[in-house]
Design a protein around this ligand. Structure first.
Ligand code: 8X3
Length: 250
């Protein structure tokens, strides 16, 4: 029986790469995002309505999300895998210079949107003994300047994943939190407010992770035998590691 994966934030980057990877392996996908035109283009690319179904909504709009899920055609209504990929970072400034609206937007998307989508799909996932893969970040475990609310939101994602694993014990539902490091995608253009120079500088000579690398990781996690649960996983490019603690001296 063909399996269905619902992937949030699938209009670009990790989400679009995951959709391509899962469809290539015979899964059907429900792809979600705000930009309906991009989703429609991806549905076409993935083989049309028999393989992919688009749900366009703003992840901070709970009613729109619930209505979209209720509208799923029978062919896509049973969900074997939820990939909570939608998320964003806004800004790299120190906390004392940050815009509070940016912080609220990150919390609404990275935390509230993710828990809402999870709650809305839990019964369907339990019915299928399915799986949840949440996209966290290395920022969940390793603080860096300017990470502030973004990093904290990703720590929430990681701990929420572990917490719901406890609650779901006995249901057969698997839960994984994946924390990518430096990755080349529109994520950085969003974070820097569209600053292409900052984008080029960040990735220059760094050989960062590509969306296909994370799609491969998610596919691997999802294709392990049903009794195996990867709890948390960090993935970095080889070029990235840690720095010494910062010490401010008088
Ligand atoms: C962001 C990862 O390495 O760009 O989730 O800070 S990194």
């Amino acid at each position: 029986m063909t399996k269905n994966a619902l992937i949030t934030g699938a209009t670009s980057g990790f989400g679009a790469a995951m959709a391509r990877r899962f469809v290539a392996e015979g899964w059907n996908v429900i792809i979600t995002g705000r930009r309906a035109d991009r989703l429609a283009g991806l549905v076409d690319e993935l083989g049309g309505a028999s393989r992919a179904h688009a749900l366009a909504f703003d992840i901070s709009d709970k009613d729109a999300m619930a209505a979209a899920i209720d509208s799923l055609p029978a062919h896509f209504a049973e969900i074997d895998l939820l990939v909570n990929n939608a998320g964003l970072a806004l800004g790299t400034k120190p906390a004392q210079e940050c815009d509070l609206t940016d912080w609220t937007t990150m919390i609404n998307t990275n935390i509230t949107g993710l828990v809402t989508m999870t709650r809305l799909l839990l019964d369907r996932l339990i019915a299928r003994k399915g799986m949840i893969v949440n996209l966290s970040s290395i920022a969940a475990n390793w603080p860096y300047p300017g990470g502030n609310v973004y990093a904290a939101s990703k720590a929430f994602v990681q701990q929420f994943s572990l917490g719901i694993r406890c609650d779901l014990q006995g249901t057969g539902v698997r839960v994984t939190s994946i924390g990518p490091g430096l990755s080349e995608s529109e994520f950085t253009l969003v974070r820097t407010g569209g600053n292409k120079d900052a984008y080029d500088k960040l990735y220059g000579g760094a050989d960062p992770l590509q969306p296909e690398d994370i799609a491969e990781t998610v596919y691997w996690v999802a294709s392990l035998p049903g009794h195996v649960n990867i709890n948390t996983l960090e993935v970095m490019p080889v070029s990235q590691s840690w720095s010494p603690f910062a010490i401010h001296r008088q």
